[in-house]
Design a protein around this ligand. Sequence first.
Ligand SMILES: Nc1ncnc2c1ncn2[C@@H]1O[C@H](COP(=O)(O)OP(=O)(O)O)[C@@H](O)[C@H]1O
Ligand SMILES: [Mg+2]
Length: 333
Amino acid sequence: MKALDQAATLRARRTPDERSRLPHRVKRILAVSGGKGGVGKSSLSVNLAALYACRGERTIILDGDFAMADLNLLLGVAPSRSVLDVLQGESVDSVLVQAHGIFLLPGLNGSHQLANFDGMLRTGLRRILQELVVDFDTIVIDTAAGVDDTTMGLVASATDVILVVNAEPLSLADAYAALKILKTRHGVNRVLIAPNNVQSEQESETLLQQLRALVDRFLGIEVVNLPSVPFDGQLNAACAAGIPLVMARPDAPASRALCRMVQKIDGLTLDDIDASARGSTAKVGSPTSEAGSGGATVGAARPGSTTHVRGTPSDVAVLERPGDASGARSRPE
Ligand SMILES: Nc1ncnc2c1ncn2[C@@H]1O[C@H](COP(=O)(O)OP(=O)(O)O)[C@@H](O)[C@H]1O
Ligand SMILES: [Mg+2]
């Protein structure tokens, strides 16, 4: 048996309680959201995960678009099991598949059961994340469109929230709706904005300014601009081939932009660690467990706390909190 399989078997033998006492390995949990469908959440998720995996980090991507899952296609795999099996009692390890050096926890396309799991899904996800933070350096969560409780709870459990926007008319309005719920219902105080599919730097600047104007006026959430990803015709071809663009075409304009995005995210993480070391405004909570080398401190800030700028893996508890369905798909107020 391969070493990896042996390790997985050993982990699987541990009870959930034993696993929850293991030191966290995770350095970052990136949730890729955006409110709107079709803005590029899945494309960015897969490629960000690929860049971290290329660095040799143990990386997993969770298909949080549970019932309309498509990450398996983007990674060129056909998993026989999904998160539904985990919710029905299978171990997480037995459901994971690997492609291009990235682990995938698959969703299930067209699953009525998953689409309607709600409370049980939230509890199950909490358990799943608690297991993953022990085993992975980087967890990327690709989320569904919309701002339902499960999706927003999942997003808020990340250490960094990436909101993907594009120039489509409803993209900014839906991004604003997501920001509002993340801030008011889940205590998220910082979000990284990723303009995608842009035709020019000018278009990206305009998008960011428009969103910033809404946010400054109504929400008071910190928004950090990430480098934009240009429209890149090679992306569709890579998707069709089931290979992340950054691996298939590392020199493609979008690939280079995605590398810059990762560098910026890394810089933010280092800033957070510096701030934490200086004991300044609780950008991360007080350290409670080990992080890998160069990794983010796993802190103790609680969901809903006003100091929750960068989330912590301990925040997976937010998945159990009731959310505010009334805010779903709201437009700027
Ligand atoms: N930067 C880009 N350049 C060209 N096409 C893109 C870009 N980003 C996304 N797309 C395309 O847009 C479509 C929707 O992307 P996807 O990642 O599935 O969005 P979402 O997950 O937000 O629904 C896909 O066909 C994808 O290839
Ligand atoms: Mg998607």
